[in-house]
Design a protein around this ligand. Structure first.
Ligand code: HEC
Length: 257
């Protein structure tokens, strides 16, 4: 019995030791890294789809948020570009003439309710057209007086006499010389109207001074023709800069005595 038991003990001990060895062996193999193998493996479908989704959403977001790559939309509020030496130290983003037409179009919205967006007028409401009208393309002082004071009584456009309606002073639509000049330039160069000259802010201010005496009393066609059929005083301007033509650039204006 004793022998048996000690034999068994030894056996167990051997098993145990053997067990330990196997564990040791296993842990050794488990520590080993996998054998590297060379070759090409397809990217997993999930990763491929994830990338496709990111590109899709990224592209859509980019397209939505970039404002069509328009320079003016990237310009931060208050951004002032560096002075352009070719313009005598002035900073100009858009040509003055383009800004005039943009602003004039905005001001014209209040005229467009009556004269319509294409300047065709509204015969049903007895509103004469501005397209191809001598009152628009003719003398600038007369046009300014029409806008600032309004018109009443019969007025002839395209050989047709309009008399069924009248136009109130539009002075509130043009509260400053800048906007008066802009809307005048807009109507004189839209709807097929073609004029070469530009109404400057200086000219528009002169018109405001002339009409100030009238305090917005509506004018008749006879009055307009008799007293205001002339061009507004002021120097012609360069459509690029809005500055008087031929004037020396600001930087060279004051030579040191
Ligand atoms: C409420 C309607 C109304 C608005 C707004 C209006 N007008 Fe008039 N306009 C008239 C009417 C009506 C006449 C003709 C008046 C008459 O028969 O005596 C007229 C005449 C004129 C004329 C002379 C005739 C012609 O057709 O060339 C000019 C120029 C003119 N308007 C420009 C303008 C401009 C520019 C604006 C905006 C700043 C403006 N009007 C806003 C109704 C309007």
């Amino acid at each position: 019995m004793m022998g048996d038991s000690s034999n068994k003990d030894r056996q167990t001990e051997a098993d145990y030791r053997e067990g330990q060895d196997i564990q040791k062996q296993h842990s050794i193999t488990a520590r080993e890294k996998e054998e590297p193998i060379s070759g090409t493996h397809p990217v997993s479908l999930a990763l491929f789809l994830l990338c496709a989704l990111i590109l899709l959403f990224g592209g859509a977001y980019y397209g939505q948020m970039t404002g069509g790559f328009d320079f003016t939309k990237y310009t931060a509020v208050g951004y002032v570009p560096a002075p352009d030496p070719r313009l005598g130290g002035k900073t100009v983003v858009k040509p003055w003439s383009v800004e005039q037409m943009d602003l004039g179009k905005k001001v014209y919205v209040s005229c467009g309710g009556c004269h319509k967006s294409g300047g065709e007028g509204d015969a049903g409401q007895n509103i004469p057209p501005l397209a191809n009208s001598e009152w628009v393309t003719g003398s600038t002082e007369r046009l300014a007086m029409i806008i600032l004071n309004g018109v009443k009584g019969p007025i002839e456009v395209h050989g047709k006499v309009w008399s069924g309606n009248n136009m109130a002073s539009q002075a509130s639509a043009v509260p400053d010389a800048e906007r008066l000049a802009a809307v005048m330039n807009y109507v004189r160069k839209s709807f097929g109207n073609e004029t070469d000259d530009w109404v400057s802010e200086e000219m528009a201010q002169a018109a405001m001074d002339i009409s100030a005496e009238r305090a917005g009393a509506q004018m008749t066609a006879e009055e307009l023709n008799a007293n205001h059929d002339k061009m507004l005083p002021g120097a012609a301007v360069d459509p690029q800069t809005g500055q008087p033509l031929g004037a020396a650039p600001a930087a060279e204006e004051a030579p040191a005595a």
